[in-house]
Design a binder for this molecule. Structure first.
Ligand SMILES: Cc1cc2nc3c(=O)[nH]c(=O)nc-3n(C[C@H](O)[C@H](O)[C@H](O)COP(=O)(O)O)c2cc1C
Length: 165
């Protein structure tokens, strides 16, 4: 017997997670969403996964274009997280305004000033309840380890604190 969704959500709120913006471009139109459900799958071959709501505007473009980039946000990019979650009322290409973007291999938008970017071709799309699990084969990676990470925990953005000692 599955647990009630409220209990599931209450548990998942306690799972502190890094914040990403997942981007794609299809037929010249960029699309993206904020996502915490990103996970490493394997290093050989380099693969990761992201779970995207089927109702999210970026879901169909990711599937159709066969490419996406996972941009791991730095601490000072929390406003972008709200923007790509649609919390500020922006849709489609509007979400990309006011930030700098480049490309690596696949052509999916790569966010300047993020901690890490994983540029992927779509390897597997698996339907699971309300979401699609997109597994990406990582074609290129860019890292900026000197930047502080942004985390999401109990519905709030936060910073990572080191243990004393
Ligand atoms: C911190 C945070 C993490 C999120 N993580 C996910 C996620 O992993 N998967 C997902 O489908 N939506 C996630 N969302 C919701 C999407 O960013 C977005 O709000 C939702 O898909 C709305 O759909 P739209 O992009 O069509 O406006 C997250 C939102 C926030 C604020």
């Amino acid at each position: 017997m599955p647990v009630p969704p409220e209990l599931f959500v209450a548990g998942m709120r306690l799972h502190a997670a890094g914040v990403t913006v997942v981007t794609t471009v299809h037929q010249g139109r960029p699309a993206g969403l904020t996502a915490t459900s990103v996970c490493s799958v394997s290093a050989e071959p380099p693969q990761l996964l992201v779970c995207v709501n089927r109702a999210a505007e970026a879901n169909a473009p990711i599937r159709a274009s066969g490419r996406f980039c996972v941009n791991v946000l730095a601490a000072d990019q929390h406003a972008l997280a709200d923007r790509f979650a649609g919390r500020l009322g922006h849709v489609g290409a509007e979400r990309f305004e006011g930030a700098d973007w480049s490309r690596l291999v696949t052509g999916a938008p790569v966010l300047e000033g993020c901690r890490a970017a994983f540029d992927c071709t779509l390897a597997v799309a698996l339907e699971a309840g309300t979401h699609t699990v997109f597994v990406g084969l990582v074609e290129a990676v860019r890292v900026r380890p000197e930047l502080a990470p942004l985390v999401y925990h109990e519905g709030e953005y936060g910073l990572v604190a080191q243990l004393p000692g």
